[in-house]
Design a binder for this molecule. Structure first.
Ligand SMILES: Cc1cc2nc3c(=O)[nH]c(=O)nc-3n(C[C@H](O)[C@H](O)[C@H](O)COP(=O)(O)OP(=O)(O)OC[C@H]3O[C@@H](n4cnc5c(N)ncnc54)[C@H](O)[C@@H]3O)c2cc1C
Length: 411
């Protein structure tokens, strides 16, 4: 059986690795480089992540075993401690904010008191109507309104009062009243998967991506523009014939390349919203942390990733500064004027799909399109293939789950 996989990002490469042991597998990639959103490039000898700054970890033992036993051995990675900070009301405090109330009290006792009071009086177990309400219920009104709602408004470019909240579970450290209390009397840490993370010893995430591609048949510079069902086969671009297709290309685009897509599905696809991201690599004054969040709406950046601190040995003079949406090179330079530790711009990139926007219609809309694709016979996988907030580890987990299903059915 011949399987065609659309896209050589983390999802397509991962499922390709598993399925190639059972089937004839070919990956079709529109770009001339593999890695999708996670790919990197070397600039002045420094790894530049064209989108984000990808660190790897997982809570799932099977994912860790797959990566360390099959793809890139654990000795090829080093462990980095996350030292994330928040630039909050012109002060640098530790992430997560709910464990940094003592630090807030040093510059604003009243605010620290109100955060604490509201946190302890917040009510759980009520169905929130939107993301903003969910934040208020989980974190209390003051913390939600002073930090979580403004920060989320910035990174989604959407009003959190208009957003779905169901996707957020496991994406944020959620304190309970006991851990919040303990943070007031001693230093404590959250246990999110990225509180420690792995980065390749080569100091380049592309080493992992390249290892993930070993032994795979990948056709680069091959955009899938047309899919048609002929008998029980799928024909891509009028020339490549497969028994089965797995798509990791964005869910809002695939209906437009399938010949038989009904108008209603195309209409729905136009409702799916996403954000692009613009980033710039900077040479900087030395910084000790791994990344910094900027909730302040006067600062255009939402996050600075101090990529040099992912390396071993550390090189604390390199930062990737991110802004949601498409911005010009000159705009990025202007935004940087407010932060004088950014010394010299080295590179610049505007992404395509970066963040799924979880508006209130997203779940119904994406389910409708996925159902059409399933009925048509195409499996969807990955961050934009499934239209979900997946990190690399979840993409690998989903690839493992889908491959199991396919092997059971056709293997
Ligand atoms: C700013 C940012 C920071 C992030 N940071 C982290 C992090 O620190 N750690 C982490 O684990 N995850 C992180 N992620 C998430 C991570 O990037 C994704 O989970 C993962 O890279 C998604 O892989 P994918 O294969 O599902 O999708 P993609 O990477 O989007 O791959 C899809 C592939 O399909 C190709 N394609 C699209 N259309 C076609 C077509 N018509 N024909 C052929 N090919 C096509 C694309 O070129 C691409 O290569 C981050 C994401 C962002 C946006």
């Amino acid at each position: 059986m011949k399987i065609g996989i659309i896209g050589a990002g983390i999802s397509g490469l991962s499922i390709g690795q598993i399925l190639k042991e059972y089937f004839d597998v070919e990956i079709l990639e529109k770009e001339n480089e593999i890695g999708g959103i996670a790919k990197t490039k070397i600039v002045n000898g420094i790894t530049y992540h064209l989108v984000g700054g990808h660190c790897f970890n997982s809570k799932n033992k099977n994912v860790l075993n797959f990566v360390f036993n099959k793809i890139l051995s654990k000795s090829e990675w080093h462990l980095v401690e996350r030292k994330a900070k928040i630039f909050f009301k012109n002060h640098i405090i530790d992430y997560p904010i709910e464990f940094s109330i003592k630090q807030i009290a040093k510059f604003d006792e009243e605010l620290a008191f109100n955060i604490t009071k509201d946190f302890f009086s917040s009510k759980e177990n009520i169905n929130p109507k939107n993301l903003a309400e969910w934040f208020i219920q989980k974190f209390g009104e003051t913390l939600a309104k002073e930090y979580l709602i403004p920060y989320n408004r910035k990174i989604w470019n959407q009003d959190p009062y208009e957003m779905d909240y169901t996707w957020v579970k496991d994406k944020l450290p959620i304190p309970n009243k006991k851990s919040f209390f303990l943070s007031l009397i001693r230093d404590i840490k959250d246990n999110m998967p990225h509180s420690f993370f792995f980065y390749p010893n080569s100091n380049n995430q592309q080493t992992f991506i390249n290892a993930l591609s070993l032994g795979l048949k990948i056709v680069k510079n091959y955009p899938v523009k047309h899919i048609e069902k002929v008998g029980n086969k799928y024909v891509i671009n009028g020339e490549k014939i497969y028994d089965l297709i797995i798509s990791t290309m964005p869910l809002n685009l695939i209906p437009f390349v399938i010949k038989e897509t009904p108008l209603e599905v195309k209409k729905k696809s136009r409702l799916l919203k996403y954000n692009r991201v613009t980033n710039m690599l900077w040479e900087t004054e030395p910084v000790e942390n791994t990344w910094t969040y900027f909730p302040d709406k006067e600062i255009k950046f939402h996050r600075h990733i101090h990529i040099g601190n992912f390396f071993e040995p550390k090189n604390s003079r390199y930062t990737i500064a991110e802004v949601i949406g498409k911005h010009s090179y000159e705009d990025m330079l202007n935004y940087a004027k407010k932060l004088d530790y950014l010394k010299k711009p080295l590179d610049y990139n505007v992404s395509e799909h970066a963040y799924v926007v979880f508006d209130k219609n997203y779940r119904n809309t994406k389910n409708y399109i996925i159902k059409f694709l399933e009925d048509y016979g195409i499996y969807t996988l990955g961050r934009f293939g499934e239209w979900e907030y997946y990190n690399m580890d979840i993409c690998i987990e989903k690839a493992m789950q889908l491959s199991e299903k396919i092997i059971k059915r056709y293997g």
